[in-house]
Design a protein around this ligand. Structure first.
Ligand SMILES: [Zn+2]
Length: 507
């Protein structure tokens, strides 16, 4: 919904966007209009978030609340949520209770621990003194993992609601609803076995179906909780009730190959069994030892699974690297291999593009294969220190590679999708027409099931069943039937209607 009510206010807001888009030429005027720009871009319907880690999307405040409610403790020295010490541990170390304190104590009046824990669990007030942005960012996940696994329904509610509140109503969130059980399946494999033999052994173990069933029940439970917590279907329905949520199974590229292989089996089987799980995405720092050392083997595994499960979508973090993080050779091929060997349909980040061998040829390949890039401007800034002119966003756009803006981990970075659009305007100089294209891309290149509304990726006209239709009026029966049979077309139709309403409010 457009939150503006006064026509004059809308005119002012519109003006601020026009001024801000000329930010490189008139930085003073731009900074004077930042609050207005924020209002405009928050109200702008932005389509979907295609790169969103569920646990990284939840704020530290929520994790501390879960910890207190569940009777967990916090380690006041390591600034981590943890199990409380057992009587045996305290007997062995009587100083423990002074360090491992009940999580509820962070909420006490005058407690300094509350702010210290918020800082530790996120990028809040981060200063690169004792650790880098990269290390602090990735270390947060281990500091809240004790409670994140037990609160998926509340986490999903927070994620969906907050995005919908800023007019993002399609979400592909990345998480592993088996909570690590898949990795145990590696015990059915033997060292030196071929990929085909490993696949057969794990499938024949009989242990895959129960993991799939339990994972689907986790998603069922989370979706039911979202509906009830947001009061969907009642007069008090909250933002998020009309959102469409899909899931990307989270693989861990930093674990040993056999374990990753076992995760892949569960991921591909889960996506085959449950249409809400639309694909897979390997996560964890791309520059870690195992991620770098096993990269080529991991690509071969993706190629193997692509043959077996050609319809299951894959997007991969690729090129979330920058000189200095890895040896120079490590910057030369991750994006290309992810596209050419793993058959990734989308790339997450792609920051080190210009360090790839034949980057121009790679861009052409991405255009011809329709491979989109999920660009996460805040994340790239705080983790890799890459922003402004150093960021390859404009190279992708100039080459015609489809781009969608994404949040990555808005809870950890304490940011949101609107601010990605703010950065795109202020830091990258994009205009409204380009932002609108990126919003449309976020649905066009989503893994939502069904056909597109559009006749082509240039968004110049609707496809056959809806050709000539206007989003301002009720679709004819043929188009309505097409929309109800194709989720992707349906969410695109909704975005077009919302964009029309948003733009009309400017005039
Ligand atoms: Zn990510």
């Amino acid at each position: 919904m457009n939150s503006f009510s006064s026509r004059a206010w809308r005119r002012l807001a519109s003006l601020s966007l026009l001024v801000a888009t000329a930010s490189f030429a008139q930085p003073v005027l731009n900074s004077a209009n930042v609050p207005m720009l924020r209002q405009v871009l928050q109200a702008m319907p932005k389509g979907g978030d295609l790169h969103n880690h569920l646990s990284g999307s939840v704020y530290a405040e929520s994790y501390l609340r879960y910890a207190a409610n569940d009777g967990f403790c916090v380690d006041s020295l390591k600034l981590t949520i943890t199990q409380c010490a057992t009587p045996e541990q305290i007997a062995a170390n009587p100083a423990l209770p002074a360090v491992i304190v009940p999580a509820s104590t962070v909420f006490a009046p005058y407690s300094l621990l509350y702010g210290q824990m918020q800082d530790a669990l996120s990028m809040r007030q981060f200063r690169p003194v004792l650790e880098s942005g990269h290390d602090h960012f990735f270390n947060t996940f281990g500091k809240f993992s004790a409670v994140s696994k037990g609160h998926v329904p509340e986490m999903l509610t927070e994620d969906v609601w907050r995005l919908a509140s800023e007019n993002v109503d399609y979400l592909e969130t990345i998480f592993a609803p088996d909570f690590g059980k898949a990795r145990d399946l590696m015990k059915f494999t033997k060292p030196g076995e071929s990929l085909a033999d490993m696949h057969t052994a794990i499938m024949q173990s009989g242990q895959v179906p129960p993991i799939i069933s339990a994972a689907r029940a986790v998603i069922d439970g989370a979706e039911a909780r979202v509906k009830s917590d947001l009061h969907c279907g009642t007069p008090n329905a909250q933002p998020g009730c009309d959102s469409t949520v899909r899931y990307l199974y989270e693989l861990h590229r930093g674990v040993p190959l056999q374990q990753l292989f076992a995760e892949m089996i569960v991921g591909y089987e889960l996506a085959s069994a449950d249409p809400r799980v639309v694909g897979l995405n390997p996560v964890m720092p791309e520059d870690s030892y195992i991620s770098m050392h096993d990269f080529d083997d991991q690509m071969k595994m993706f190629a193997f699974f692509h043959q077996l499960y050609p319809k299951i979508h894959l997007t991969t973090h690729a090129g979330e690297l920058w000189p200095g993080f890895v040896e120079p050779e490590g910057l030369r091929h991750h994006i290309r291999d992810s596209v050419m060997i793993a058959s990734a349909e989308r790339i997450g980040h792609g920051v080190d593009l210009t360090y790839e061998d034949d980057a121009a040829g790679l861009l052409k390949t991405m255009v011809s294969r329709g491979v989109a890039v999920e660009v996460c401007l805040t994340s790239n800034d705080v983790i890799l220190g890459v922003s402004g002119k150093a960021h390859p966003l404009r190279d992708y756009l100039a080459a015609g590679v489809p781009v969608a803006l994404a949040t990555d981990d808005p809870g950890v970075s304490r940011d949101d999708m609107t601010n990605q659009y703010m950065r795109a305007v202020q830091d990258q100089g994009l205009d409204y027409a380009t932002l609108k294209r990126l919003a449309r891309n976020s649905l066009e290149y989503s893994f939502a099931e069904g056909q597109s509304l559009w006749a082509n990726h240039s968004f110049e006209g609707f496809a056959n069943a809806c050709a000539g239709e206007k989003v301002s009026s009720k679709p004819a029966d043929r188009c309505a039937a097409f929309l109800s049979a194709n989720t992707k077309a349906r969410i695109e139709w909704r975005l077009e209607g919302r964009l029309r309403e948003f733009e009309a409010s400017w005039k």
